[in-house]
Write a new protein. Structure first.
Length: 710
């Protein structure tokens, strides 16, 4: 067909250039400095242009007094790459353009760099390679997303579209490497609604369970005097910093009813005060590993955020710093301020009424006060409740130890022993349940200060079953543990009614759906395609992770936590030190071996090849980020899941495999090969046969002998 086209063009009098024309179909080509890669389905700026831009940046940074024209050369190069780099080009060249406009039209005038210009050039020098990618899916335009109120808006900030009812992935631009990983299509999404009134900022975070978390603060006099757009952008920054622990590593859709705020966050502003806020929002996203996607919605769809922006906390008071210092000198040092906010907190660690930046927790009464020197300055309405909270068994135990230091252990040691009664994971799970119970009880008005009776506990357990359609025995165990410690007598969670509710929930719980197990052929295929020193680091990394999970029966949380010092090789094995395990109640490290097979699928040999490629890393599987703050961190569990989906697609494996599939596949294969069950359980650290049995697939091979007794 290409020959016919050439003939037709010549017949039409068109002269073609052999050097510039490609007559045969290709999947990758350079066009006007843009590399179009249809194999990876992405766009990149050509290496030649990237190198040219970096060389120019180096030259500028070495020049003492560059001219405005010199600055225009680099801004022009960067703007020409905007089709790939995205809006970040406009955001991160504002300071350079300010300097150019200040002397225009005298573009040959030479003057020194401002520190902000230097920061922008340093940013591009550090990040240009990492930003140089754009998926063709993403470049097609902004997809539609749900916002509060059940309507639909676009990531580009346009008005809601009531005609569409489908939701697809959000448009995103490549940022820095770990930032790109966090904002991948598989990353979880969060929604925040933000609004500013004339005097206060308010925001609402909607979690995956449908609960709403409120952040609220008042503007100071200087902030209240600024423009409405400033207050809206400031509110968005306040909301992100307040909900920071909840949104790390997520795609964050933040809705506002101010179109100017959306444009400023995406592209920056010519006003220095607004540009500074936009840069702080961008830097927050990079440091938190989250993608911030501002969208505009009509005011009527932002009513809950508007309501939060009108909250006035009349009980928000505090003592003078001079008085606190007197108390600190007499009774301190204190470790946590239980009733404060980011404006009046007397200590770096504090609890607040609403979400605010730096708050360690919301609702001091839902926190564990033991093992801390608490600074208590409660609102007037909570003084009685605070005193009653201090009178619990645990508090009395710690107070008794502190009052008799000569004959009792240190209070911190007593508290540590109490906390050690449960594993960290168990305690975290229990505290989440207890927090839900306390909030539910207060909403039900079952009591204002003491734990309620069996009826309240039974109703809460029934609600937990309705919420999860699952077992409630864990919830009941959490309440038994908590009420025993705080001194509830008799313990209502031990009453026959809550026990019966828990047993009924066990019978009504749906059957557990177990994960598919990876087969021997599938793990060998993954080994062939995703291990080897010639592969990209990211491919070799995920291949090594998956083969190690299979070979050592590892959980995904265990494999990403491995450090280089945890690996020891000898002539026949590699020994892995597993420092923390899900079933390790005592927190003691365990060692497990992987034998050298000597064959083409030797996991030990592959691990040695991998370590040669990452010689300077602390963690066995680092993040591979270009950002200094995250370069030394391990890859996340979410990233392993996302990479696994890519591996399955490349390998043509259509079954729904998860990280658990490799541990279960290894157990199944071991049983099929006749390895004793006890040895398999020990290798995989299964504590009980009940927990081990679901991992082994029931088939003719695993039942060999049991299906033919006569």
């Amino acid at each position: 067909m290409s020959e016919h086209m050439q003939v037709d063009l010549r017949a039409a009098g068109v002269i073609t250039s052999p050097e510039k024309c490609i007559w045969n179909p290709v999947q990758r080509l350079d066009w006007l400095g843009i590399t179009i890669d249809l194999h990876q389905f992405q766009l990149e700026v050509s290496t030649k242009r990237i190198t040219s831009a970096l060389n120019l940046i180096d030259s500028l940074l070495c020049t003492i007094c560059p001219s405005a024209r010199d600055r225009m050369r680099i801004t022009g190069k960067l703007i020409s790459m905007a089709s790939v780099l995205g809006c970040i080009v406009q955001l991160k060249t504002r300071r350079l353009y300010e300097a150019i406009n200040a002397v225009f039209p005298n573009i040959y005038r030479r003057f020194m760099f401002a520190s902000t210009e230097h920061d922008e050039l340093t940013f591009w020098k550090r990040s240009l390679h990492a930003l140089n990618v754009c998926s063709l899916h993403q470049s097609a335009g902004a997809d539609r997303i749900y916002v509060a109120g059940g309507s639909i808006a676009t990531a580009a900030g346009s008005a809601p579209d009531e005609r569409r009812e489908t939701v697809s992935s959000l448009r995103e631009r490549g940022e820095i490497e770990n930032y790109r990983q966090a904002v991948a299509a598989s990353a979880p999404m969060s929604l925040i609604a933000a609004d500013a009134s004339a005097t206060a900022a308010g925001a609402v975070y909607y979690d995956s369970d449908g609960r709403k978390h409120v952040a609220s603060t008042s503007f100071n006099t200087a902030e209240a005097a600024q423009s409405s757009t400033y207050r809206e952008v400031k509110t968005i920054l306040f909301a992100l910093e307040s909900f920071s622990p909840l949104i790390k590593g997520r795609r964050v859709v933040i809705q506002t009813d101010n179109k100017g705020a959306v444009a400023i966050i995406n592209k920056g502003s010519g006003l220095p005060v607004l540009q500074s806020l936009a840069e702080r929002i961008y830097n927050f996203g990079v440091s938190s590993g989250c993608k911030i996607i501002p969208v505009w919605v009509p005011r009527e769809l932002n009513a809950e955020a508007d309501e939060a922006s009108r909250i006035v906390d009349y009980d928000n008071w505090g003592v003078k710093t001079s008085f606190f210092r007197i108390c600190q000198h007499k009774w301190g040092p204190h470790s946590v301020d239980r009733f404060a906010d980011h404006h009046n907190a007397k200590l770096p660690r504090f609890n607040s009424k609403y979400y605010v930046p730096g708050s360690e927790a919301v609702d001091a009464f839902a926190c564990h006060w033991g093992g801390e020197m608490n600074w208590l300055c409660p609102p007037i309405s909570l003084i009685v409740r605070t005193i009653r909270h201090l009178s619990s068994k645990v508090a009395r135990l710690v107070q008794a130890a502190a009052a008799n230091p000569a004959i009792c252990p240190a209070p911190a040691q007593v508290q540590d022993l109490l906390r050690a009664s449960k594993a960290d994971r168990t305690e975290t799970s229990y505290l989440a349940i207890i927090t839900r119970f306390v909030a539910w009880r207060d909403a039900m008005l079952c009591g204002d200060s003491t734990l309620d009776g069996p009826t309240a506990v039974a109703l809460f357990l029934a609600k937990e079953h309705a919420r999860t359609s699952g077992k409630t025995e864990v919830a009941r165990s959490a309440l038994v543990w908590y009420i025993d410690l705080v001194g509830g007598q008799p313990n209502p969670a031990r009453d026959p009614i809550p026990v019966a509710i828990s047993q009924g929930s066990l019978r009504r719980a749906p059957p557990i759906v177990h994960h598919d197990r990876v087969t021997e052929d599938e793990i060998k295929l993954i080994f062939q395609l995703f291990t080897g020193p010639s592969l990209p680091l990211s491919d070799h990394r995920i291949g090594t992770v998956l083969t190690l999970m299979f070979s050592a029966f590892l959980r995904v949380s265990e494999v990403v936590a491995l450090e280089r010092s945890d690996v020891k090789f000898d002539s026949s094995h590699v020994w892995l030190t597993i420092r923390k395990s899900k079933t390790d109640q005592l927190g003691k490290a365990e060692r497990r071996p992987i034998a050298r097979s000597g064959g083409p699928f030797c996991a030990v040999a592959n691990l040695e090849r991998w370590l040669v490629r990452v010689p300077q890393t602390t963690f066995l599987f680092p993040c591979l980020s270009t950002v200094q703050s995250t370069a030394t961190k391990p890859m996340s569990v979410d990233l392993v899941r996302a990479e696994l989906r890519r591996v399955l697609q490349v390998c043509g494996i259509t079954r729904s495999l998860t990280p658990h599939s490799f541990r279960g596949g290894a157990a199944t294969l071991a049983i099929q090969r006749g390895v004793p069950t006890r040895a398999v359980m020990a290798m995989g650290r299964w504590a009980s046969t009940g927990g081990f049995a679901p991992y082994v697939e029931v088939n003719a091979k695993t039942l060999a002998g049991a299906d033919q007794l006569l």
